[in-house]
Design a protein around this ligand. Structure first.
Ligand SMILES: Cc1ncc(COP(=O)(O)O)c(C=O)c1O
Length: 410
């Protein structure tokens, strides 16, 4: 199979792709915000809700056992998918944001003290900035950004210097940028951070749908990702952490499921992973997340990445022919994200005109305001982002529609 035949083979799995928007066939180029769902994922949620819905872990009855097995099988699938040694290193969360807050509130509150430093890159999503900022405020610690080059690659010299100068307790880095598409050399970042004595948190939200990822190769201490960008449901994701760290961390949220025993004299806590999973989770979402991973693995991450790399090259060379358009983020290693600005035109105006032609893109700061400020892009960018089902023809349609939008505004 050539990579360009990939969408042909899989598009029929996605019912939404055959709908129209404003009377035009939908061209969905907002996959970095959330990917569409294949039938298998939709069906897995329907099947659970219609045939074996019950709360998990607690019931002795048949349906509770079926639901528990299906939900827990996703934990196993995540562990296999990311090369975790054991399933108890995988904590279910409501998404990446929730997972990073867990690390900040549990590991952070016990390990960060006044005067300590945390480093994060300038290209982080707000989800990997604000939880650390809140922690730093509480602890009177400092959050320091690592610089990004104008082409959207990470400044590794600045990282080295910051590691030497600030001796941080923790380094946070996004595996792939949702705004620039840049794939960061997370292995090198984690190696350098570890050598400097820092704990590492990698935000894999945009890597999970596009790249094969392996905890042992990356060498991080914590890794987070979210289901809905990887063809799964919203409201479910995971935190992977090193077992020794997770065991030493206090629980974050209290309630049912995370306890071993409760009395008014005192409570003892459950083992990992349940220690961090208070309350009833998003069961249908968890089950369907596992099906989304199966679906991606059925295609193969290598095929998906090759296909999306071809799309990025195709899009970037087509866009470069548009006068006064600048692609933001031109790293060699990118996931399927192409951000751009057009001189004299607000991204939102262009995005609205594209919507009128059935083309879904995202405009604005993409939850990376500090990156936009660093790059001097006060109005943000217009972002086209791709998935396994995106075709070259869709990109061609989007480029023609963008030219038309620019001409309308000129
Ligand atoms: C790089 C990155 N990190 C974190 C997040 C947050 O993901 P969620 O909203 O699913 O928690 C996103 C989502 O846009 C993202 O792109």
């Amino acid at each position: 199979m050539t990579h360009s035949s990939l969408p042909e083979r899989i598009r029929r799995d996605f019912p939404i792709l055959s709908r129209t928007v404003h009377g035009k066939p939908l061209v969905y180029l907002d996959n970095a915000a959330s990917a569409q769902k294949p039938l298998a994922v939709i069906e897995a949620q329907r099947e659970y809700l219609s045939n074996y819905h019950a709360n998990i872990h607690r019931g002795a009855h048949h349906l509770a056992q079926l639901a528990t097995e299906a939900y827990e099988s996703t934990r196993q699938k995540i562990a296999n998918h990311i090369g975790a040694y054991t399933t108890d290193e995988v904590i279910f969360t409501a998404g990446s944001t929730d997972a990073i807050n867990l690390v900040a509130q549990s590991w952070g509150r016990t390990n960060i003290a006044e005067g300590d430093t945390i480093l994060v890159t300038q290209m982080e999503h707000h989800a990997n900035i604000v939880p650390w900022q809140m922690l730093c405020e509480e602890k009177r610690a400092r959050l320091i950004p690592i610089a990004v080059h104008p082409d959207g690659t990470l400044d590794l010299d600045d990282l080295d210097q910051a590691l030497r100068q600030h001796e941080p307790k923790l380094v946070g880095v996004v595996h792939a940028s949702n705004t620039l598409g840049t794939i960061n050399p997370v292995e090198a970042v984690c190696r350098a951070a570890k050598a400097a004595g820092a704990i590492t948190v990698v935000d894999g939200s945009q890597a999970l749908p596009h790249l094969a990822i392996n905890m042992q190769t990356i060498g991080c201490d914590f890794y987070v990702a979210t289901g809905h960008k990887a063809y799964g449901p919203t409201g479910v994701g995971f935190l992977w952490g090193r077992k020794a760290l997770l065991n030493a961390m206090p629980p974050w949220r209290g309630g049912g499921e995370m306890i071993h025993s409760v009395s008014f004299e005192g409570t003892t806590y459950n083992e990992i992973p349940h220690k961090f999973e208070a309350g009833t989770p998003h069961i249908s979402g968890g089950i369907a997340f596992g099906v989304a991973l199966d679906w991606m693995n059925g295609i193969g991450l290598e095929s998906i990445h090759h296909h999306e790399t071809e799309l990025v090259h195709h899009a970037q060379s087509a866009l470069e022919t548009i006068p006064n358009l600048k692609v933001i983020g031109t790293a060699n290693q990118k996931v399927g994200v192409v951000s751009m600005v057009v001189d004299g035109h607000h991204p939102y105006d262009l995005g609205t005109l594209l919507d009128g032609q059935g083309i879904a893109v995202r405009t604005g700061h993409h939850c990376t305001e500090p990156l936009m400020a660093h790059m001097g892009l006060s109005s943000g960018t217009l972002r086209m982002s791709f998935a396994a089902y995106t075709t070259r023809e869709e990109i061609d349609r989007a480029v023609i529609a963008l030219e038309r939008a620019i001409n309308m505004l000129n």
